[in-house]
Design a protein. Structure first.
Length: 326
């Protein structure tokens, strides 16, 4: 009987052990299928900086600039455990495109470091002559037809090739030529800008073929701005607590809201409220006075309202006060 009892205990233990092993193996397999963030660094061993593009497993990740003789975190890239291919696309000091490829193992969330050593600290004259034989001038004439001066970003690049980015300012109703030096090939030229007081980026693109010296024109169209008819103003608001109690005071400026704690007899600057157009604006404060409850047994809020009219591009400072419960 005792022997049978031990056999049952051994059988139960064996079942639990097998289940535990299966769970451990399943967890291991699942962990290998999960993508985890790995820090990817580029260690630039050259004596000049590199503007490079990173590719992971054949997919373009992002572009970054790495100073000379430095290590820089480029991205946290989500990878499964195992072997992955990395490629850095850049230019040497003569301007020729160069690429470096690596096979790296992603394991245990360890950092992935990609060393870069292109060399050529100073471009030899022969290399410069050779480079110039393959390089053509691209002049992009940007015409700003808008009534507002604009800061623009111009990017020229082609697939699997490190592009060029330039920034410039173009006054209203004027034009500016931005030069590039490019190898022959098909390029995408992108012009990007934002109108003042707008968060939206507007862009214009052209596909071109460079076979010799080329000039293109890109236009920024004239746009009717709401600000021309309703330019923004601002109101600075100070709240003064004239009550004999410390109060939580809520401030409303049109659709803006802010609540602060104001000590009795003190003034508090609530801030500068911008993006306000011409016309009338409502300023209201609201508070709960403890004396109101003690005398009326009601939790009713007290309010005070002021209307402020803003002119074109006008700035105003307003002081609005609570009052003593009567």
């Amino acid at each position: 009987m005792l022997k049978k009892y031990y056999l049952i205990i051994f059988f139960v233990f064996a079942v639990f052990a097998l289940a535990s092993l299966n769970t451990t193996y399943a967890t291991y397999v699942n962990n290998r299928d999960i993508k985890l963030p790995y820090p990817v660094y580029v260690k630039n061993q050259d004596n000049y900086s590199h503007f490079l593009t990173l590719y992971v497993d054949g997919r373009e990740s992002l572009a970054a600039s790495v100073p000379a003789q430095s290590r820089k975190l480029i991205v946290y890239y989500y990878l499964k455990e195992g072997n992955h291919t990395f490629k850095l696309l850049t230019r040497d000091n003569c301007g020729f495109s160069k690429s470096v490829s690596y096979n790296k193992n992603a394991e245990g969330r360890k950092s992935i470091i990609l060393p870069m050593n292109i060399g050529i600290d100073k471009c030899p004259l022969k290399k410069i002559i050779e480079w110039k034989k393959h390089i053509f001038n691209l002049n992009v004439n940007i015409v700003n037809k808008d009534s507002t001066g604009l800061s623009v970003t111009l990017y020229t690049g082609k697939k699997s090739y490190p592009g060029f980015t330039k920034y410039t300012y173009i006054p209203s109703s004027s034009n500016k030529t931005v030069p590039f030096q490019l190898e022959a090939g098909n390029y995408s030229v992108s012009l990007m800008w934002s109108y003042p007081h707008e968060a939206i980026v507007t862009s214009s693109k052209k596909q071109i073929e460079v076979e010799n010296n080329t000039e293109i024109v890109m236009n920024i169209p004239r746009t009717i701005h709401v600000e021309a008819y309703n330019p923004e103003g601002k109101i600075s608001v100070i709240v003064e607590n004239k009550d004999n109690n410390n109060l939580w005071v809520g401030l409303h400026v049109d659709d803006y809201a802010e609540t602060r704690y104001v000590l009795s007899g003190q003034k508090v600057f609530y801030g500068e409220f911008t993006h306000l157009g011409q016309g009338q604006h409502t300023i209201m404060i609201r508070w709960l006075d403890p004396d109101t409850y003690r005398h009326t047994f009601k939790d009713s809020f007290s309010e005070k309202v002021e209307n402020v009219t803003l002119g074109k591009n006008e700035s105003r400072q307003i002081t609005i006060s609570t009052y003593l419960f009567q």
